[in-house]
Design a protein around this ligand. Structure first.
Ligand code: FES
Length: 101
């Protein structure tokens, strides 16, 4: 098990190893504008992982390619639909802009 904390709202949920970050964000009460059904095509699930990056699976080529096309990307950027929890450490995610739940 791990925990997910959403910023700026401060919502926290328990998350099982292997669970999707996108699903965990929705379960915690966060809102994301993903529109492609989790195919790394729309970029609407872009979030910043501010703590616990090792608690998540590694960047995939598809995720990396899509992030290269987005504005406002940083070294903390991930596409929530492409990420799962490893269960090794707590994770904190910052939701972006008006969609921050
Ligand atoms: S839901 Fe579209 S890129 Fe993640």
């Amino acid at each position: 098990m791990s925990t997910l904390t959403l910023l700026p709202a401060g919502l926290t949920v328990e998350v099982a190893a292997g669970a999707s970050l996108l699903q965990a964000i929705i379960t915690a009460g966060g809102k994301l504008a993903g529109k492609c059904g989790g195919d790394a095509q729309c970029g609407g699930c872009h979030v910043f992982v501010t703590e616990g990056r090792k608690g998540l699976t590694r960047l995939t080529p598809a995720e990396n390619a899509k992030l290269d096309t987005l504005v406002g990307v940083s070294s903390k950027s991930r596409l929530a639909c492409q990420v799962s929890f490893t269960g090794t450490e707590p994770v904190t995610v910052e939701l972006l802009g008006a969609l921050s739940g």
